[in-house]
Design a protein around this ligand. Structure first.
Ligand SMILES: CC(C)=CCC/C(C)=C/CC/C(C)=C/CC/C(C)=C/[C@@H]1[C@@H](COP(=O)(O)OP(=O)(O)O)[C@]1(C)CC/C=C(\C)CC/C=C(\C)CCC=C(C)C
Ligand code: MN
Length: 420
């Protein structure tokens, strides 16, 4: 194995941090950091892969720059010290959620919030869930269709989560967004705590209260989504991918973490709970990156640029270029790299979908295939995401459903090798 020591050649890293970073077949590995920073080897391999695939394979002197500019477990602060990256922080949440799920499945807690304890009129919960279903159908038709294959209890739970997420997003993205203050988000969080304690404020909250009494769902991803909305209020630029990654976790990776306890892992799956959560997180990140790439023009008209500033600068692009919205070769090349990265997150997610319980796979495959096609449409639009909205047509949408169904019948990846 060819190892190139980069040692003090890196301007962004302290000598100790680069002690044994080695460069091997286009990937970066750093064993001292793995130990000191508890970066799991698998995560490190993954970020190395993304790093290499992005074609940003650095020369030795460039490691400090690219480690924060690309996707990495290692970030560098302005003083040149290695700091825990967003990916590592989020991975700690994944580990915690996985541990909670395992513990609760072993010894289900004595539930202190039973549906019948909720102060609701007769049939109230049924109506509440039905309303959640209607909202879901109105906003996300294809996805709604996908949920129809799930068991009734799971389907209703996913609707209730969907509606809470949609309402949270509407606070900062909806018609009243201009009037939303951090205090309003604090009130929304208090409401969240109340509904987790069995004191829902309205019927839609009551549906979620009921859902969390039936499934081992933790409050943290919900809190984190509200944190993402707070960040949307105060921030309109992202310095680098590390910052953007955190934002994507907050607003979309959280959805993946909320959904796993409801969708369930296939009883025959040999995958670890952590790996399934990681895949769910990856799907959320992939979806959000795609959403950002689709909406560049629309966001710019609201004064927002979610694309990493340092990567724009490296591509010779500025905020002005985005506001002007002219598709140039620089823009095309920049977009190609961004699309490549989003696709890598989709690939990571794919490995987890097969591990979900059989009936949950179809809607997840459908949403993965449909959302990923938006990237193909951006390409088909010759990267004009300034004035053209990438849109997956009805025909392609309909075709994705049987394809997703076919994929949902596949054996979990974790079982495939052991069967041969
Ligand atoms: C089956 C399935 C997809 C279940 C998830 C259902 C669910 C609870 C969705 C909530 C989505 C939501 C309203 C999130 C609020 C924040 C937000 C709007 C995020 C963006 C969604 C797309 O919305 P849209 O295109 O309408 O965007 P605009 O508001 O118009 O800009 C996001 C891009 C994020 C969506 C993220 C997911 C759906 C996460 C998917 C991950 C899983 C379901 C985990 C699957 C498990 C494994 C193991 C892969
Ligand atoms: Mn939105």
């Amino acid at each position: 194995m060819a190892i190139i020591l980069v040692r003090a050649a890196s301007p962004g890293l302290s000598g100790a941090a680069v002690r044994d970073i080695h460069h091997h077949h286009g990937s970066l590995q750093c064993s001292s950091l793995l130990k000191r920073r508890r970066v799991p080897a698998r995560r490190w391999m993954l970020c190395s892969l993304r790093y290499a695939c992005l074609g940003l394979d650095p020369g030795p002197g460039e490691i400090g720059r690219t480690s924060s500019a690309v996707y990495s477990s290692l970030a560098v602060n302005p003083a040149g010290e290695a700091v825990v990256s967003s990916e590592q922080k989020v991975y700690d949440v994944v580990l915690k959620q996985a541990a909670l799920l395992k513990r609760q499945l072993r010894t289900p807690p004595v539930l202190d919030v039973r549906p019948q304890q909720l102060d609701m009129p007769r049939n109230g919960l049924k109506e509440a869930y039905a309303r959640c279903g209607e909202i879901c159908e109105e906003y996300a038709k294809t996805f709604y269709l996908g949920t129809m294959l799930m068991t009734e209890e799971r389907r209703r739970a996913i609707w209730a989560i969907y509606v809470w997420c949609r309402r949270t997003d509407e606070l900062v993205d909806g018609p009243n967004a201009n009037y939303i203050t951090p205090t309003a988000l604090d009130r929304w969080e208090k409401r969240l705590e109340d509904l987790f304690a069995g004191r829902p404020y309205d019927m839609l909250d009551a549906a979620l209260s009921d859902t969390i009494s039936r499934f081992p769902i933790d409050i943290q991803p919900f809190r984190d989504m509200i944190e993402g909305m707070r960040s949307d209020l105060r921030k309109a630029r992202y310095k680098n991918f590390d910052e953007l990654y955190m934002y994507c976790y907050y607003v979309a990776g959280t959805v993946g973490l909320m959904s796993v306890p409801v969708m369930g892992i296939a009883p025959e799956s040999k995958a670890t709970t952590e790996s399934v959560y990681s895949a769910a997180l990856a799907l959320g990140i992939a979806n959000q990156l795609t959403n950002i790439l689709r909406d560049v023009g629309e966001d710019a008209r609201r004064g927002r640029i979610y694309l990493p500033q340092d990567e724009l600068a490296q591509a010779g692009l500025s905020d002005e270029d985005i506001f002007n919205g002219v598709v140039t070769n620089r823009w095309r090349n920049f977009m190609k790299q961004q699309i490549k990265r989003a696709r890598m997150f989709f690939e990571e997610a794919e490995r987890g979908v097969t591990e979900l319980s059989q009936a949950s796979r179809w809607p997840v495959w459908a949403s993965l295939l449909l959302y990923r096609q938006i990237l193909d449409e951006i390409e088909a639009n010759d990267y004009n995401n300034f004035t053209k909205r990438a849109y997956v047509g009805k025909g392609k949408k309909l075709l994705a459903l049987p394809v997703a169904y076919g994929k949902s019948l596949l054996l979990p990846v974790s079982l495939r090798n052991s069967q041969t």
